[in-house]
Design a protein around this ligand. Structure first.
Ligand SMILES: [Cu+2]
Length: 234
């Protein structure tokens, strides 16, 4: 048994070593220039439980500019240059309905990787995917704490998700056949890790401000390249 454990440690270390040898990283920030748009207030009066979740009023998350002058909810991914096959991770990606908004609003997932859809609200949501490359789903989720799992069968940038009960709800899922993607959060940064050496086209996608692409080439041995994208107030 002891020998077996030692062997396990050896192979774990070996695998980590292999990944590190080829790993490169593309990282950066999504800057936003100009005045941040005023977020519209969402009227949630039609559903008391939604309203209750936002005592100070709910704001639209269509364009969120962070306090450090960066843009939130930008999906950044390798659009061209990836070759090879990448197994779908078994760990699910979480997609929550919370306070009658999606958390996260923008996310990435691999083809075949489970999407775990959760309803954290004490109200009915229907989660409706408007995919065009994968079969759509439209699932009623009436009970707080309810969970469902779904997968996507083909890459698609982006699959919009909506709820017919609460028309302001919108989410966007980037589906890829490789793991080289990232989405910006509250600090506007992204990081695409474990890239094999090569030349790539990286695209940044935002639901309101559109897409931008840049080329980047990375070498092996822990190469780190910085890319910065800049969006401007419309
Ligand atoms: Cu809903």
């Amino acid at each position: 048994m002891k020998n077996r454990q030692k062997l396990g440690v050896f192979f774990t270390a070996f695998t980590a070593f292999q990944v590190n040898v080829y790993a490169a990283t593309v990282t950066g920030k999504i800057a936003f220039e100009g005045r941040a748009p005023a977020a519209e207030t969402i009227k949630m009066d039609a559903d008391a439980s939604c309203k209750l979740a936002h005592p100070d009023g709910a704001k639209s998350e269509e364009a969120v500019v962070n306090s450090n002058g960066t843009l939130k909810n930008v999906f950044v991914y390798v659009k061209e240059g990836v070759s090879g096959k990448f197994d779908a991770p078994k760990e699910s990606v979480k997609f929550d309905q919370h306070g009658c908004q999606y958390t996260p609003r923008v996310l990435g997932i691999q083809v075949g990787q489970p999407l775990e859809i959760l309803n954290s609200d004490p109200t009915l949501h229907n989660v409706h995917s408007l995919a065009t490359k994968t079969q759509q789903f439209n699932l009623g989720m009436p009970i707080q704490g309810m969970k469902l799992k779904k997968t996507f069968t083909a890459p698609e940038i982006m699959v919009k998700v909506k709820c017919e009960v609460h028309p302001w709800m919108a989410g966007y899922i980037g589906v890829l056949d490789h793991p080289f993607f990232s989405a910006t959060g509250g600090d506007g940064s992204f990081s695409i890790n474990n890239l094999p050496p090569g030349e790539y086209v990286v695209e940044a996608w935002h639901e309101k401000y559109g897409t931008q692409t840049q080329k980047v080439s990375v070498a092996a041995d822990g190469d780190v390249k910085e890319l910065s994208f800049q969006y401007k107030a419309a």
